[in-house]
Ligand binder design. Structure first.
Ligand code: NAD
Length: 334
């Protein structure tokens, strides 16, 4: 069991799965200075208790009881993609600032309801598009905002995972797609860097490898997104890189403007290990900075680092993208 860390701010973790566990451990280990755990909520009581015991905090079966008992400074919602709305609405109605995992929602209706819930509750709310705090992407943002590229005209991005990710780590991979799980990050980064409104999308994908293992989803998805000002983006999300791939996450993003271009290589992080196999481990960890930025903005009333409105825009684009996958046609973004 980890010893509880004395902290000024306390976060209630909702969802004791993979992400909730990682964030609870990060807090219990004191990796975000001045921030600790208020408690763990999960509808699966045994899972909540196991994580609470491992991180030195209390377990709860519902949000209202947890908020009443612990008075948290914020709630971090790490339930599966389609189950974000309920916890967000509950936290907002109780006046608790919300950081919800990406994507904000999987339907346009849920996204709109969540934007409305936090507006009505008057709470600070952000989506955990954590790549916005990746140091290379933060510098890319400063470069674009400083005008060095001129006007942004096109994006070319990929975010791919080895097949072990959908096969072994994400137990609900058969209920989602690499576009929902991976490409959303790229679509959000393009929105953040370019501040462009997506108007249409065309997407294709392939199946077979994962379906052959009983995981009914796409192996990969490619998408072309058209923006209102005539710019466009080409994006790839692939879930079947071989197990021998040297990194857990293969991220690349090129941005081309009228006066310059930039390229982010998110894979190499400064360390290579040649042991049993060749590995490029993830050594840059930016989740603590992301959480600290959320808490600062929540306290000061500052602009959100990743707003619910941006989250809703990405959901609308992803919904149209999946319509295009089904129809084989270019689809308009609502
Ligand atoms: N930001 C990132 O880079 C990143 C990376 C991976 C996953 N994610 C996102 O994190 C979220 C969680 O993913 P995961 O892999 O941890 O899921 P998971 O299935 O491992 O865990 C989800 C947990 O939520 C619990 N739960 C479901 N409904 C609940 C409710 N109403 N109240 C309380 N608990 C509830 C489940 O019992 C489960 O324990 C997803 O939206 C996923 O896309 C984000």
């Amino acid at each position: 069991m980890l010893a509880a860390v004395a902290a000024e701010k306390r976060i209630l973790v909702i969802g004791a799965g993979a992400m909730g566990s990682a964030w609870a451990r990060m807090l219990a280990e004191g990796r975000v200075p001045g921030v600790g755990l208020a408690g763990i909520v999960d509808i699966d009581g045994a899972r909540a208790l196991e994580l609470a015991n491992a991180t030195g905090t209390n377990a709860f079966g519902d949000i209202a009881t947890a908020v009443g008992a612990t008075r948290p400074d914020a709630g971090y919602v790490a339930t599966p993609d389609a189950l974000h709305r309920g916890p967000v609405e509950e936290l907002a109605a109780l006046g608790v600032p919300v950081l919800v995992e990406k994507p904000l929602a999987t339907t346009v209706e849920d996204a709109a309801a969540m934007v409305e819930a936090v507006r009505r509750g008057g709470v600070h709310a952000e989506v955990n598009w954590v790549q916005r705090w990746n140091p290379a992407l933060m510098e890319a943002m400063r470069t674009v905002a400083g005008g060095e590229l001129g006007e942004v005209r096109l994006f070319n991005g990929r975010l791919n995972h080895p097949v072990t990710s959908p096969r072994e780590r994400l137990h609900w991979s058969g209920g989602t797609t690499p576009a929902w799980f991976l490409m959303g990050h790229l679509l959000d980064l393009a929105l953040w860097l370019g501040r462009k409104r997506a108007v249409s999308v065309y997407a294709v994908g392939g199946r077979g490898e994962l379906a052959g293992r009983g995981i009914e989803t796409y192996d990969w998805v490619h998408a072309v997104v058209r923006y209102a000002d005539g710019a466009d983006g080409v994006f790839e999300a692939c879930w079947i890189l071989p197990e021998s791939w040297p990194m857990a996450s293969d991220l690349g993003l090129r941005v081309v403007g009228t006066r310059g271009a930039l390229e982010v290589d998110g894979g190499r992080q400064g360390l290579a290990v040649a042991g049993e196999r060749y590995r490029l481990p993830a050594v840059l960890q930016w989740a603590p900075q992301r959480l600290a930025a959320f808490l600062r903005a929540a306290e000061s009333g500052g602009a959100p680092g990743a707003s619910f409105e941006d989250g809703a825009a990405v959901t609308r684009l992803l919904v149209a993208l999946h319509r295009s996958l089904d129809s084989g046609a270019v689809e308009r973004v609502e």
